[in-house]
Design a protein around this ligand. Structure first.
Ligand code: NDP
Length: 486
C-alpha cells in the first residue's frame, strides 16, 4: 500500500515536515511557514475543559440483550422482545479526581451508559452505589467543593469533607458505603452499577410505575484495602484503564445482569421513606429485583478522546416508556448534565459520532458554531414548524401519561421528618466483624487531622445509626465517644 501524502487541514500537500522555513540556516523563522503555525496552533487547542466531576474515566462499547419480558411495565422499544440486542457505550469514572488522578482511589465510581435504541438514545447516568450524599440539588455544588481543592492550599481537605458531612446527616448512608470495602473496587468489571435515582416506566396502556435500575456484576465484587490501593497506585496510576482495556482486548468480556425494582405508582404515598429520596434504597424484601437482561462490554474504543472523553451522558435522554420522577436531584441533573456538555463540547455535542443516535434525529435547531451536519438536505423549505412542506412533526402516540403528584409550591425543609439513620444502620449490620473493623479503620484514616469538634459531631450520626458504629470509629480514631453519653 502506498503511503498517504501528508497535507494541511485544507488538503494542500506538505513538502517538508522536518525543517522550519527560515531566512538562512541560522534562522529566524518566516511567518509564511503556515504549516508550522498550524501545527503549533492545533497543539494549543488539544485540550478541552475536563469534567468538573467524573473527570477521570474508562469506557468501552458493548451490547444489552433482553432476557425477560417486562413489557407490562414499559413500552420502551429496547425491552420490546426477549433476545433483542441494543448497542451501548459505557463510561466509568471516579467523582473527585481530576483527569490525571490515579484510578484506584477511594471514591464513588460513575457508571454511565448510553443505549443506542431504535427510538433514540437512552442514557442511564448512575454510580456504583445505590444512593448519594445529598438529596437536594442546592447542596450539590457545596458538596463537590468539599471534594475538590481548598482555594488557598490547593490541597484536598479532610476537614472540609467531614465538616460538610457532619452538618449533612443525609450523607451518612453514602459515607458508610464509601468507607466500606466497596469504596475501592479493583477495577470497573468487579463492581455493581445502579441508576440510583427513581425513574418511571410507562406502558402502552398509559400506566406508570416507579423504577430503580440495578446492574449486578457477573465477575463478582473485588475490592482493594487502603494499603493495597497505595501499592497499586505506587505501581500504576492507570490500573482501571489497563484492566478494562486489557480484558476486552483478550476477549474476556465483562457482563452485568440488568435488573429493576418496580413500585406501583400509588405505593409512593405510603412507603415509610420517601421513594424519591436519593439517599434511600428500596429494600429488596419489599420490592424484589426483577430480571431484565444482560449487558456485555465487548469492544474497545478506537480513539479514546472521540469515543470516551467526548461521550456525553445526560439523564435528560429518555425514550418513550421511560420517564423521570419527582426526585429533586434527578430533575436538577436533567438540566445540568446537558448544560455541562454544551459548555465542554459545544452546542452540537449530540451530533458527534459517539453521541449521535443510530435512529434518525430530526429537529429544527439551526446553525451555531461547528454545525457540521444537515438534517433536511432533501427538504430545504421545512426549516421551521409547523410547515406545509412535509417537515418532521410531533408524534402524539408517544405522549407520556400525566405525573399524578401535586402539592403547594414552597421550599420544604428536606431534612424535616427524614430518617437518615435506619438504612445506614441496616447496611452496617450486614457487615461481619472483619468488614466492620476495616470500615472503622478506613474512616479513622480519612479523619486524620480533622478537628475533634467535627469528629464528635459525626460520631453522633454514627451512634444514631448504630451505637457499635460510633464506638468502633471512636476507638479507631483514638477519641472519647461522647455520642454514647448524650
Ligand atoms: P438485602 O440484604 O436484600 O441486600 C443487601 C444489599 O447490600 C445487596 O444488594 C448487596 O449487594 C449490598 N451490599 C453488600 N455490601 C455492600 C457494601 N459494602 N456497600 C454497598 N452495598 C453493599 O437488604 P436490603 O434491600 O433490605 O437493604 C439493606 C441495606 O443494603 C440498605 O440499607 C442499603 O444500605 C444496602 N443496599 C441495598 C440495596 C437495595 O437496592 N435494596 C442496594 C445496595 C445496597 P450485592 O447483592 O451485589 O452483594
Amino acid at each position: 500500500m502506498s503511503k498517504a501524502k501528508l497535507t494541511t487541514t485544507a488538503g494542500n500537500p506538505v513538502s517538508d515536515n522536518q525543517n522550519s522555513k527560515t531566512a538562512g540556516a541560522r534562522g529566524p523563522v518566516l511567518m509564511e511557514d503556515y504549516q508550522l503555525i498550524e501545527k503549533l496552533a492545533h497543539q494549543n487547542r488539544e485540550r478541552i475543559p475536563e469534567r468538573v466531576v467524573h473527570a477521570k474515566g474508562w469506557g468501552a462499547f458493548g451490547t444489552f440483550t433482553v432476557t425477560n419480558d417486562i413489557t407490562k411495565y414499559t413500552r420502551a422499544s429496547i425491552f420490546s422482545e426477549i433476545g433483542k440486542k441494543t448497542e451501548l457505550v459505557a463510561r466509568f469514572s471516579t467523582v473527585a479526581g481530576e483527569l490525571g488522578a490515579a484510578d484506584a482511589e477511594r471514591d464513588v465510581r460513575g457508571f454511565a451508559l448510553k443505549f443506542y435504541t431504535d427510538e433514540g438514545n437512552w442514557d442511564m447516568v448512575g454510580n456504583n452505589t445505590p444512593v448519594f450524599f445529598v438529596r437536594d440539588p442546592y447542596k450539590f455544588p457545596d458538596f463537590i467543593h468539599t471534594q475538590k481543592r481548598h482555594p488557598k492550599t490547593n490541597l484536598r481537605s479532610k476537614t472540609a469533607m467531614w465538616d460538610f458531612w457532619s452538618l449533612s446527616p443525609e450523607s451518612l448512608h453514602q459515607i458508610t458505603i464509601l468507607m466500606s470495602d466497596r469504596g475501592i473496587p479493583t477495577d470497573p468489571m468487579h463492581m455493581n452499577g445502579y441508576g440510583s435515582h427513581t425513574y418511571s416506566f410507562w406502558n402502552d396502556k398509559g400506566e406508570r410505575f416507579w423504577v430503580k435500575f440495578h446492574f449486578k456484576t457477573q465477575q463478582g465484587h473485588k475490592h482493594l484495602t487502603d494499603q493495597e490501593s497505595e501499592k497499586v497506585i505506587g505501581e500504576s496510576r492507570e490500573s482501571y484503564q489497563e484492566a478494562l482495556f486489557g480484558a476486552i482486548e483478550k476477549g474476556d468480556f465483562p457482563k452485568w445482569d440488568v435488573k429493576v425494582q418496580i413500585m406501583p405508582e400509588k405505593d409512593a404515598e405510603k412507603t415509610s421513606y420517601n421513594p424519591f429520596d436519593l439517599t434511600k434504597v428500596w429494600p429488596h424484601g419489599e420490592y424484589p429485583l426483577i430480571d431484565v437482561g444482560v449487558m456485555e462490554l465487548n469492544r474497545n474504543a478506537e480513539n479514546y478522546f472521540t469515543d470516551i472523553e467526548m461521550a456525553a451522558y445526560s439523564p435528560s435522554n429518555v425514550v418513550p416508556g421511560i420517564g423521570f420522577s419527582p426526585d429533586k436531584m434527578l430533575q436538577a441533573r436533567v438540566f445540568s448534565y446537558a448544560d455541562a456538555h454544551r459548555y465542554r463540547l459545544g452546542t452540537h455535542y449530540e451530533a458527534l459520532p459517539v453521541n449521535r443516535p443510530k435512529s434518525p434525529a430530526n429537529h429544527y435547531h439551526k446553525d451555531g458554531s461547528m454545525r457540521f451536519f444537515d438534517n433536511f438536505t432533501s427538504n430545504p423549505d421545512a426549516y421551521y414548524e409547523p410547515n406545509s412542506f412535509n417537515g418532521p412533526a410531533e408524534d402524539p402516540s408517544v405522549k407520556e401519561p400525566p405525573l399524578r403528584i401535586s402539592g403547594d409550591a414552597d421550599r420544604y425543609n428536606h431534612r424535616d421528618g427524614n430518617d437518615d439513620y435506619t438504612q445506614a444502620g441496616n447496611l452496617f449490620r450486614l457487615f461481619d466483624s472483619k468488614q466492620k473493623e476495616r470500615l472503622f479503620n478506613n474512616i479513622a484514616g480519612a479523619m486524620d487531622g480533622v478537628p475533634e469538634e467535627i469528629i464528635q459531631r459525626q460520631l453522633i450520626h454514627f451512634h444514631k445509626a448504630d451505637p457499635e458504629y460510633a464506638q468502633g470509629v471512636a476507638d479507631a480514631v483514638g477519641v472519647k465517644n461522647k455520642a454514647a453519653s448524650k
